[in-house]
Design a protein around this ligand. Structure first.
Ligand code: G6P
Length: 616
C-alpha cells in the first residue's frame, strides 16, 4: 500500500527514486509519480496512473535534472486511480511538493477551510490538503524553515501519515515525518534517503533508522539527518538497525516471478527459523518476555491477525490447544477492534501475527490489547517493524523479503514459529516433558525435507489446472487443522487467479455450499492420513455423488483416495498431524499460481491488493 521514497545528495535523484519505486511495487499500487528540485530552483515532475514502467517511460522524456526529490506509488483510497490523483501533490504556487501514505481523516473540513481562504485544489485526494497547509505555514511564522512548516501543518492533521516534502525555495532539503504509517531513513556518503520500508534502501546501505511517530527529520545533501521528536526535542542518537537482507534477496534470481521463488524458498526459511532453537531447557525463545511462572499462568491465548496471517493463527490454535492445553481464540483484527465487550483477564496472552508488521488493523488491535493489560507477543517477518517495536516480545520468522503480494513463505514460517511458542508454553505449563518437546521439535525439523519433496511434485499441480478451466467458482474443504489449509488454499486462488473459491470445514459443507456442486464443479479436498480421514473421505463421496471434479490432497499410499479421485496431489507421510498444513499447503500455493498463469495473470501483483495494508 502506498510507497513513499525520497533522496537528497550528489546523485541524480530521479534515477534512485524510480528504482526505489520499482522495488516498492510489491506493496500494491495503481499510480506513481516523482518530483525533483531542479538546479535552477524549480520543481519538475511526472506522474501517471498505471505501472512504474509507464512512469519510467514518461520520465525518460521529461526534464528531471536534480539531486533532491521525492517519489510515490499510490493505492487509491480517496479519489480514483487517475493521473491527476497520483502523487506528488503541489501547493497553489507549485513550489512545495508532498507525497503521502495514510489517510487524512479530517481532510474535508481542512479542504473547506483552505478553499475559503483562497487555495485551489487539483485532485480529489485527502493528501493534497497537506501541501496547502505547508504552503500556509511557509508563508507565515515558519517561513524559511521547512521542518517547522511541516510540523505546523501536521499539528492540524488527524489520521495517519508518512510524508516526504520538498520545497523549491529550500533546495537540497528533504523533510519527512510520520504518524502511524511506516518510514525509515538512511544516511550514506552520497546523500540521505527515506523510504516506506527497508527494501529500496538495501541497495545503498545496511543501516537504517526507523522514525518514531511524530518525529520530523530533515535530510541534507551531505547525508546528515537531523531528527526532532514529537515535542520538538532533538533526537541525539537515533537507534539504527542493521538490515540483514542482502539486496539480491529481493531480485528474481532466475525465477519467472517472485511467487515461484518464494514458494521454493520455504524449506530454507524453516531451517533458518528452527536453527538454534533447541537448548538445554527445551525450546529457546528468549524473545518471550514472560517468565516461566508467567507463562505457566497463561489461561487464554488470543491470536489476532489479518489475511494469510489469520490462517497461520488457525493452525497455531490447534497446536497451542493440543500441546499446551490452553484455550485459544483467533480473531480478525478488523473485527476485534470494534468488539467493545471483548473479555480478557490477567492470564490472557495476546499473540499478533503479521508478516509486514505494519498492518494497521493488527497494530490497532495490539495497542488495544496492551491497553487492557495484556502481554503482546508479535510473530513477524520484518525487522524493526512497528509491530516489533511496540510489542513486549517479538519472534522474527526470518523468511527473508516476501515480494509477491500473495504470501507464501511467510505463511509457513509464521505457522512453524507459532508451533515453537506452543511447545514453549507446553513445557512451562507442565503439559509435556522436555523429552516430548524435543521429539516434537525433531518432527518440526523434518518439515524442510518434506516440503522439498512436495516441491518436486509440482507437475501434479500443473496437471490439475485443467479442472479450473472455464469455471467461475470452486470449493476448498478440510477438517480440523487442515480447515486452515483449505482456507489458505482458497485465498491464494482468489487473490491471484480472480476465480471465486469458497473454503469450508469439510463437515459443514452439507449445510450450504453443497448446493453449489454440479457436474464438473471443482472441489479441492485436503484429506491427509489423520484421525478424521474417514470423515473427510465421506465428504469426498458426497461431492462425487453430485458430479464434482474432486482434487484431493492426500498422503502417499492412500489407496482409498486414489481409487475415488482422478486427481490427487500427493503429500509425503508426515510425522505428526500438525505438520501436515505446513507441507500440504505448498501444493495449494503452486496450484493457485498455475491456475493464475493459465488465465494469463501477473501472479506477483494481483489487482486491487496491497502487500502491506497500512490503512484501516
Ligand atoms: C494484505 C496482504 C495479505 C496479508 C494481509 C495481512 O491483505 O495482501 O497477503 O496476508 O495483508 O498482512 P500482514 O503483513 O499483517 O501479515
Amino acid at each position: 500500500m502506498c510507497g513513499v521514497v525520497g533522496y537528497t545528495g550528489t546523485r541524480q535523484a530521479s534515477e534512485w527514486l524510480l528504482d526505489a519505486l520499482q522495488t516498492l511495487e510489491y506493496r500494491g499500487y495503481d499510480s506513481a509519480g516523482v518530483q525533483v528540485v531542479s538546479p535552477s530552483g524549480n520543481l519538475h515532475g511526472v506522474k501517471c496512473a498505471g505501472r512504474v514502467a509507464h512512469l519510467r517511460e514518461r520520465a525518460s522524456v521529461a526534464n528531471l535534472n536534480g539531486t533532491c526529490g521525492i517519489g510515490h506509488t499510490r493505492w487509491a483510497t480517496h479519489g480514483a486511480p487517475t493521473d491527476r490523483n497520483a502523487h506528488p501533490h503541489l501547493d497553489c504556487r507549485g513550489r512545495i511538493a508532498i507525497v503521502h501514505n495514510g489517510i487524512i481523516e479530517n481532510y474535508q473540513q481542512l479542504k473547506r477551510q483552505l478553499m475559503m481562504s483562497g487555495h485551489t485544489f487539483s485532485s480529489d485526494t485527502d493528501s493534497e490538503v497537506v501541501a496547502h497547509l505547508i504552503e500556509d505555514a511557509w508563508a507565515g511564522p515558519a517561513s524559511g524553515n521547512l521542518a517547522l512548516a511541516v510540523r505546523n501543518a501536521c499539528d492540524r492533521l488527524e489520521g495517519s501519515w508518512a510524508l516526504a516534502v520538498v520545497c523549491a525555495d529550500a533546495p537540497g532539503t528533504l523533510v519527512v515525518t510520520r504518524n502511524g504509517s511506516p518510514l525509515v531513513v538512511a544516511s550514506t556518503e552520497d546523500g540521505a534517503y527515506v523510504a516506506s520500508d527497508v527494501m529500496p534502501l538495501a541497495s545503498v546501505t545496511s543501516r537504517v533508522v526507523q522514525l518514531q511517530d511524530r518525529d520530523v527529520a530533515t535530510l541534507s545533501p551531505d547525508g546528515s539527518i537531523a531528527i526532532s521528536d514529537r515535542d520538538g526535542r532533538v533526537v541525539e542518537h537515533p537507534t539504527a538497525i542493521t538490515i540483514d537482507w542482502d539486496a539480491s534477496a529481493a531480485t528474481l534470481g532466475g525465477y519467472s516471478d517472485f511467487m515461484a521463488k518464494e514458494i521454493t524458498e520455504q524449506p530454507e526459511a524453516i531451517e533458518r527459523l528452527l536453527s538454534g532453537r533447541l537448548g538445554e531447557h527445551g525450546i529457546e525463545l528468549d524473545e518471550l518476555t514472560l517468565t516461566k511462572a508467567e507463562l505457566a499462568s497463561v489461561r487464554h491465548v488470543v491470536i489476532i491477525a489479518c489475511g494469510t496471517s489469520y490462517h497461520a493463527g488457525l493452525a497455531a490454535k490447534s497446536a497451542i490447544e493440543r500441546w499446551a492445553r490452553v484455550p485459544v481464540s483467533v480473531e480478525y483484527a478488523s473485527e476485534f477492534n470494534y468488539d467493545e465487550e471483548y473479555i480478557v483477564d490477567d492470564n490472557t496472552m495476546c499473540v499478533i501475527i503479521t508478516q509486514s508488521g505494519e498492518t494497521a488493523d493488527t497494530l490497532t488491535a495490539a495497542r488495544r490489547m496492551k491497553g487492557m493489560g495484556c502481554n503482546v507477543f508479535a510473530i513477524t517477518n520484518v525487522l524493526g517493524s512497528t509491530a516489533a517495536r511496540e510489542s513486549d516480545g517479538t519472534l522474527y520468522v526470518q523468511a527473508g523479503p516476501e515480494v509477491a503480494v500473495a504470501s507464501t513463505k511467510a505463511y509457513t514460517a509464521q505457522m512453524v514459529a507459532s508451533y515453537l511458542l506452543a511447545l514453549r508454553l507446553a513445557l512451562a505449563k507442565g503439559c509435556m516433558t522436555r523429552e516430548e518437546v524435543v521429539k516434537h521439535f525433531h518432527d518440526l525439523e523434518r518439515i524442510p525435507d518434506l516440503m522439498r519433496e512436495v516441491l518436486k511434485r509440482r507437475w501434479q499441480d500443473k496437471q490439475a489446472v485443467r479442472f479450473f478451466r472455464n469455471k467461475t467458482s470452486s470449493l476448498y474443504l478440510g477438517r480440523n487443522v487442515n480447515s486452515a489449509t483449505a482456507f489458505e488454499g482458497a485465498l491464494k486462488l482468489k487473490e491471484i487467479s480472480y476465480l471465486h473459491a469458497e473454503a469450508y470445514p469439510a463437515g459443514e459443507m452439507k449445510h450450504g455450499p453443497i448446493a453449489l456442486i454440479e457436474g464438473g464443479f471443482p472441489v479441492v479436498v485436503v484429506v491427509p492420513a489423520d484421525h478424521v480421514h474417514d470423515k473427510t473421505v465421506s465428504n469426498i463421496q458426497e461431492c462425487l455423488a453430485r458430479g464434482a471434479a474432486v482434487i484431493a490432497v492426500a498422503t502417499d499410499g492412500d489407496e482409498r483416495v486414489a481409487k475415488l479421485c482422478s486427481e490427487v496431489l500427493w503429500v509425503p507421510r508426515c510425522p505428526n498431524e500438525l505438520i501436515v498444513p505446513a507441507v500440504s499447503v505448498l501444493h495449494l500455493q503452486m496450484l493457485a499460481r498455475y491456475v493464475a498463469r493459465d488465465r494469463g495473470y501477473d501472479v506477483d501483483k494481483p489487482r486491487n491488493l496491497a502487500k502491506s495494508v497500512t490503512v484501516e
